[in-house]
Design a protein around this ligand. Structure first.
Ligand SMILES: Nc1nc2c(c(=O)[nH]1)N[C@H]1C(S)=C(S)[C@@H](COP(=O)(O)O)O[C@H]1N2
Ligand SMILES: [Mo]
Length: 411
């Protein structure tokens, strides 16, 4: 340890911090170290200002992974294991496009609202930005997220591969209800058919009750314009519902009296049940959670203190609680929830854990404000069978081997 005054002060404040925090065995992980790097920093003047920020080059391994081998029907996955808080950086928001990302000039983009309305209207982006806006934090999760859990766990699957199709942003836009009152909804109207401007013209029927409630017509994401992959310049954000219905590159809202039974609500995004019938319009995402740290592929560096951390969310509102098991689901204890807990948003949970070095199975389960409890995989399959592709919210387990290696496991 260098002997100048500043490092003594640092050592003192570190001791005070440890006393104040009463982390018990946490103290044992904080080995006294030299202030490495100080000599490298030197005292030379650093780089100057930049027009648009980039991250540290030391962080470049944190990246989305491709989820599809078809370039135009691509998806990419959020590296949940590398995130700290609840907001997903825009550059790491997962992507799912069925026909690639269109390059849309916002000055030429229009939103048409027509059908069972008194006054069909066309909005430019400038006109939309003049209207009353709101900012809300919402997750978007593909209903296929966690689909690997329909099959028995493979040890090497990591959290990004298994759960990386959920992300959470702060969205800004016009409440759809504002636009609907501008056009005037006719009596017979029950649904709105939303259409994207991409090559596949992604189209979904949206119930009018939800449209009049909390749907956003969003142009802002995390303080700036939407990223092209997220629907620039305009998208629907439909809180809590399966990602597919949040139509990106939004160009038309057609107000109608019944759902249009598009490809996305018949051939796709329905859930085949054991009796051979399919569930349709399974909009809300179920209560879900996953431990992101430690998680599959990690290697723990010896026994001692580790704070377990992860994300929980529900399409039915707020997360009421998250419970943690270290014995594969035999016993459960409550985790701390990072405040504020927002409805339809990722919620960060944390749990202080002392690992004794023996084999353990970590798991988390979410309880939401509707009272839904995240089920085990076997309980889910008992009801749903294994013919579904979507809406799997089974509890995720991570086996911590005595070597410290962390593996995917069913609980
Ligand atoms: N126009 C359009 N909207 C779309 C899609 C698309 O391919 N085209 N993909 C949908 C699907 S399947 C999902 S899961 C979400 C993904 O949103 P994201 O790419 O912003 O994460 O967008 C939905 N909206
Ligand atoms: Mo999706």
């Amino acid at each position: 340890m260098p002997s100048d005054g500043s490092s003594n002060r640092l050592a003192n404040s570190r001791r005070q911090f440890l006393r104040a925090a009463t982390l018990g065995s946490a103290a044992t992980v904080l080995r006294p170290t030299r202030l490495v790097g100080q000599q490298n920093l030197g005292r030379s003047l650093g780089d100057g200002v930049g027009g648009y920020g980039g991250r540290s080059h030391f962080e470049e391994t944190v990246r989305r992974l491709r989820a599809s081998r078809y370039p135009q029907a691509a998806g990419s996955l959020t590296p949940l294991q590398d995130l700290y808080g609840t907001i997903t950086p825009s550059a790491l928001h997962f992507e799912r496009h069925h026909a690639g990302i269109p390059d849309i000039d916002p000055s030429e983009h229009r939103l048409l609202i027509d059908g069972l309305v008194d006054r069909p209207l066309v909005f430019t982006m400038d006109e939309l930005r003049r209207l009353p806006a709101v900012t809300r934090v919402y997750f978007i999760e593909c209903s296929g997220n966690g689909r690997v859990k329909w099959a028995p766990a493979e040890p090497d699957t990591d959290v990004q591969a298994a759960f990386g199709m959920t992300s959470c942003s702060e969205w800004t836009g016009v409440p759809l209800s504002v636009l609907l009152s501008a056009v005037g909804i006719r009596n017979k109207a029950q649904w709105i058919v939303a259409e994207g401007a991409d090559a596949c013209r992604m189209t979904r029927s949206v119930p009018l009750v939800k449209a009049q409630d909390d749907i956003l017509v969003a142009y802002g994401q995390n303080g700036e314009a939407l990223r092209p992959a997220q629907g620039y310049p305009l998208r629907l954000v439909i809180p809590g519902w399966e990602g597919n219905i949040s139509i990106k590159w939004l160009r038309r809202l057609h107000v109608v009296d019944q759902p249009y039974l598009t490809r996305e609500e018949t051939a796709k995004y329905t859930d085949l049940m054991p009796d051979g019938k399919s569930r349709q319009f399974t909009f809300a995402m179920d209560a879900k959670s996953v431990i992101t740290r430690p998680s599959g592929g990690d290697r723990l560096d010896g026994s001692g203190f580790y704070q377990v951390s992860g994300l929980a969310w529900s399409g039915r509102g707020r997360v009421r609680g998250v419970e943690i098991s270290t014995d594969g689901g035999e016993s459960w204890v409550g985790a701390q929830l990072q405040q504020p807990v927002l409805p339809f948003a990722h919620t960060r949970f944390r749990y202080d854990w002392s690992w004794d070095g023996s084999e353990k199975i970590l798991a988390s389960r979410c309880i939401d404000e509707a009272g839904e409890v995240q089920p085990t995989r076997s309980a889910l399959i008992a009801v749903r069978g294994t013919h579904s592709s979507y809406h799997n919210n089974a509890i995720q387990g991570w086996r911590v081997r005595s070597t410290g290696r962390v593996e995917n496991v069913d609980v």
